[in-house]
Design a binder for this molecule. Structure first.
Ligand SMILES: Cc1cc2nc3c(=O)[nH]c(=O)nc-3n(C[C@H](O)[C@H](O)[C@H](O)COP(=O)(O)OP(=O)(O)OC[C@H]3O[C@@H](n4cnc5c(N)ncnc54)[C@H](O)[C@@H]3O)c2cc1C
Length: 435
């Protein structure tokens, strides 16, 4: 008992000493300051350090790469075999950033780090199926470079100053464990170049610089739907097609496994539609995409014939019986619209179960939509060129990853963009400083 307490104290002291050593290493000046040691920032810092640059990473959290650990349900879906730019919100910008052979580049980069990769339905994961493999290899590779890494160092401001940039950050490294906050002094670092790779939720310093921002909102998350008679289906999982409609026009369609929850429609198809959904949109769920409405209606009639009325289980062969029961009850009550016949109404519901979208549900989104407007960014170098008013920005500020107004669907697209944009920015910065 006594010995294990002693060992815990020893480990704590050692951790403190290591942290203090790291803090001391941040220093006061560098060639490149990478803000954010997540997916994009780690790749950028590694590539820049390997190119011989003097790099400092400032990371708000207590360790590097923690954002990677949560990805892909802890498995890290790190890329996709089909990385066509067409899957992203701005294919032209993304295509320029990702280049000709994005997948080969990602695989070569991680292969060189020692990561074995596994494919499942086009999605790529570490062979270990552990996101920690990806994070650990990135951090370990960075640790053997000369890059200096300051964790628990949130950046609060970035300002241009006489041909360089001043990065202001707080030192929170002494706070926390005891629960008693100590001082969190603001410090500054002078950097020739700054790469903003702080993810989607941390844009205040960019706003203070007057840069054009696209309003942030949650994405890749469940769709919030108005409470309705369908809430009683909460918990049912189905395979089907979700269609998002606006003013009578189809905005997008997604097929796959869908989870019905109270006032929520979830699952990957709903996540993907959340990138495009707006409050007031209509969402319909086709529970039998392989059949037409007329075929479903004919089947209901065929199975009901002998009973002389709708048989209670006439839809059970096509859809989950719990959902079939609710559909028949609703059809008999004439919901959502009176139909000529109950069979027609039930078939219509099986093909177009309707939900009213109230927005994207803010519970644990996988992505922040919006961010730094792409019109201010050079896709070839990731350099930030101008402010919202169109005024030229002093040279030396770059941005990568989710901080940019770039979003892709589920399936490894957002990490792929984070890795590649980080690498692209690092190469451009290195070329600029070491022509
Ligand atoms: C639960 C979850 C699961 C996901 N799963 C997948 C998946 O399987 N596949 C996929 O492609 N995408 C996935 N994503 C999306 C993907 O993780 C992000 O798109 C990607 O991590 C973006 O990389 P980034 O480097 O831009 O941002 P992050 O990886 O978020 O890194 C930003 C870093 O900056 C730090 N930071 C923030 N503010 C500051 C500041 N002011 N100063 C200093 N540091 C700061 C943060 O602490 C963080 O470490 C998932 C996201 C979530 C939330």
């Amino acid at each position: 008992m006594g010995r294990s307490r002693e060992r815990r104290r020893w480990l704590r002291e050692r951790e403190d000493a290591l942290r203090a050593a790291r803090a001391a290493r941040v220093g006061r000046a560098c060639e490149l300051c990478v803000v954010g040691g997540g997916a994009s920032g780690l790749v950028a810092a590694l590539e820049a350090a390997r190119a011989g640059m003097d790099v400092v990473v400032l990371e708000a959290r207590e360790s590097l790469g923690l954002s990677i650990l949560a990805t892909g349900n802890g498995r890290c879906n790190l890329a996709n075999v089909d990385l066509s730019p067409a899957h992203y919100n701005d294919p032209a910008f993304v295509g320029t950033v990702m280049g000709e052979r994005p997948l080969e580049e990602i695989l070569a980069f991680f292969g060189e780090l020692g990561l074995a990769v596994f494919e499942e339905e086009g999605r790529l994961y570490p062979r270990s199926l552990q996101a920690a493999s990806v994070r650990n290899l990135l951090v370990a590779a960075l640790e053997v470079t000369d890059a200096r890494c300051g964790c628990a160092r949130p950046v609060t401001a970035v300002e241009s100053a006489g041909g360089a940039w001043i990065v202001r950050y707080r030192n929170e490294s002494e706070q926390g464990r005891s629960g008693v906050p100590t001082s969190a002094p603001e410090l500054e670092l002078r950097a020739k170049r700054v790469l903003w790779s702080a993810g989607g939720g941390s844009l205040a310093p960019l706003e203070a610089l007057g840069l054009p921002l696209v309003a942030c909102r949650p994405g890749l998350c469940p769709l919030a739907v108005a409470p309705s008679a369908l809430d009683e289906l909460a918990g049912r999982k189905v395979r089907g097609v979700l269609t998002l409609e606006r003013e009578g026009r189809i905005v997008a369609e997604e097929e796959g496994e869908i989870l019905l929850r109270e006032a929520r429609v979830s699952g990957i198809p709903a996540f993907d539609l959340s990138r495009k959904a707006l409050p007031g949109d209509r969402l319909t769920l086709d529970l039998v995409p392989e059949r037409t409405q007329a075929e479903v209606e004919a089947e209901i009639h065929r199975l009901s014939k002998s009973a002389g009325r709708l048989a209670p289980h006439c839809l059970d062969g096509l859809v989950d019986p719990a959902i079939a029961r609710v559909i028949l009850e609703l059809a008999e009550r004439g919901w959502p619209l009176p139909a000529d016949g109950v069979a027609e109404s039930a078939a219509a519901l099986a093909k177009r179960l309707p939900f009213e979208v109230t927005g994207a549900a803010d519970d644990h989104p996988q992505l922040t939509l919006g961010g730094l407007a792409l019109r201010a960014v050079d896709a070839g170098t990731l350099a930030v060129l101008c402010t919202a008013s169109g005024a030229e920005l002093p040279a030396g500020l770059f941005a990568s990853g989710e901080a940019l107004d770039v979003d892709g669907p589920c399936g490894g697209y957002n990490l792929a963009f984070a890795w590649l944009s980080g690498a692209r920015a690092a190469h451009a910065i290195a070329r600029g400083l070491r022509p």
